[in-house]
Design a protein around this ligand. Structure first.
Ligand SMILES: N[C@@H](CCC(=O)N[C@@H](CS)C(=O)NCC(=O)O)C(=O)O
Length: 203
């Protein structure tokens, strides 16, 4: 098994953190997007969208999409559980995971695509998309601060894939967009400190 990786990518990072939390050792193959390696015939045969991360199994089966990779690894390595222990927990983790993906990770990546210098020649950048996106993400940060009231982690007591996806979104928001958690959001800020201080956070 090997993981095709794009080191600075938040999607790749969430899978790396997931792997580290599981205590798995999976060989990493870095893919150089800047030289177009992900658009090579060989890579497109593995993932026709040319995106990373991608998990290739020993029989050659390729699993793209971070959430699908995490699902496979969870099923194959149930401990520690990162996607819930029973039907209800699994549904609630998925609910929060999707919220973290749709409300934070995808918007943050979209803002970066519409503002980042490196995307200038690859994407038609529309400043208004970024402006609206920033306002929406800020609003969602206020929402999440309220939602974290009385909770250790996004879904409750347990650290899950929802936290992993959210922490990757917040790291990117800060590093690439300068979008920080506001001072009057202590619950969100404390949660971020908690997840960032886990040994796997730099995976
Ligand atoms: N929905 C996919 C998104 C994967 C994705 O967009 N990866 C980006 C990096 S964050 C990528 O590989 N971009 C390369 C490109 O667009 O050329 C997932 O969850 O894994």
């Amino acid at each position: 098994m090997k993981l095709y990786d794009l080191p600075p990518s938040p999607n790749a990072r969430r899978v790396r953190i997931f792997i580290a939390e599981k205590g798995l050792e999976i060989p990493i193959v870095p893919v150089n997007m800047m030289t177009g390696e992900n658009q090579s015939e060989g890579y497109l045969a593995k993932n026709s969208l040319g995106k990373m991360p991608l998990l290739e199994l020993d029989d050659g089966t390729c699993i793209a999409e971070s959430a699908a990779i995490c699902r496979y690894l969870e099923e194959m390595n149930p401990n520690p559980p990162l996607m819930g222990r029973n039907p209800l927990e699994r549904a609630l983790v998925e609910m929060w995971h999707r919220r973290m993906e749709f409300e934070f990770l995808i918007p943050v990546i979209t803002i970066f695509l519409h503002t980042g210098e490196m995307w200038k020649d690859r994407v038609t950048q529309i400043p208004q998309v970024a402006e609206t996106g920033i306002l929406n993400v800020k609003e969602r940060m206020e929402w999440l601060d309220r939602e974290l009231d009385g909770k250790e982690f996004i879904t409750g007591e347990d650290y899950t894939v929802a936290d992993i996806t959210a922490q990757c979104a917040f790291v990117m928001a800060k590093a690439a967009l300068g979008l920080r958690i506001a001072e009057d959001q202590p619950k969100l800020s404390n949660w971020f400190t908690r997840v960032s201080s886990r040994p796997t956070a730099r995976a």
